[in-house]
Design a protein around this ligand. Structure first.
Ligand code: 9MG
Length: 262
């Protein structure tokens, strides 16, 4: 899953793809580099990012979605928690909803159920503005697994079939470096919930904390983490650097062909 942030303030590429023509070019590039899905987002979730209105978010993502829909055959994902944005994006051709709030915003569950597209439910402790202020867990793997299990149940009760649900432990969303490492080591436990697992580790601050690297020097560690996550059972990796990640994962699949997933 290639990341296409149409925002002025995302943590690693804020502003770069805000002009629609730049976003389209990046979408095409990610397809050429081997992305299977492109995830388009119009509101940053980094701590301290400015919240945007429904209209502003729609105005950012819709032109990109519509143009890419006409130009590329890949599924397009909308990265949003707002039901109005979900509806507008799916009407414009999005075929996947990526919700970092796991359909907890008012109206989001109902919208996702009506829209009939696959949905990613992500774990986050707290809210983006403050989530990194002293996050705490009894047992991070067990707590995240329990949360995702409950959200899967709620979504299914609302009428979203299990086959349309994907889960994500939410690396960096209300987690310390130690929590993120424990989660990656314990990722296989999430497979017990019987849903496909998506992970986002690309360029995240856990790399900065572990290796002391600024955001523009986190490529190699991001690729390494993507491979580790797939080895641990992830089916979808959300990344900025599609080409290098695809190459590394193709090599992994050549070594472990029996583990290859659809
Ligand atoms: C939007 N976004 C930022 N980080 C993410 C992550 O780790 N997972 C998902 N699903 N979305 C994310």
């Amino acid at each position: 899953m290639g990341i296409l942030n149409v925002t002025p303030d995302s943590f690693s590429d804020g502003g770069i793809f805000l002009p629609t023509d730049k976003a389209i070019a990046q979408g095409l590039r990610m397809m050429e580099e081997g992305a299977d899905i492109i995830d388009i987002g119009g509101e940053s979730t980094r701590p301290g990012a400015r919240p945007v209105s429904v209209q502003e978010e729609i105005d950012r993502v819709l032109p990109v979605l519509e143009t890419l829909r006409a130009q590329i055959p890949l599924p397009l994902s909308i990265d949003t928690s707002k039901p109005e944005v979900m509806r507008a994006a799916v009407a414009a051709g999005a075929g996947f909803i990526n919700d970092v709030r796991a359909l907890r915003e008012p109206g989001a569950l109902e919208a996702a159920a009506e829209l009939g597209v696959p949905v990613c439910l992500m774990h986050m402790q707290g809210k983006p503005r403050t989530m990194q202020e002293n996050p705490r867990y009894d047992n991070v793997v067990a707590d995240v697994t329990e949360f995702l299990g409950k959200r899967l149940q709620v979504a299914q009760t609302q009428g979203i079939p299990a086959v349309r649900l994907v889960i994500d432990p939410g690396f960096g969303f209300g987690k310390t470096l130690e929590h993120n490492i424990e989660l990656l080591r314990g990722l296989k436990q999430l497979r017990g919930l019987s849903s496909a697992v998506l992970v986002g580790l690309s360029r995240k601050s856990m790399i900065g904390k572990a290796l002391g690297l600024p955001v523009d020097r986190r490529l190699y560690a991001s690729v390494a983490l993507a491979v580790m996550a797939v080895q641990q059972g992830a089916s979808i990796v959300r990344v900025h650097d599609v080409g290098p990640t695809v190459e590394a994962l193709r090599m992994w699949a050549a070594v472990y062909p029996e583990s290859r997933r659809e």
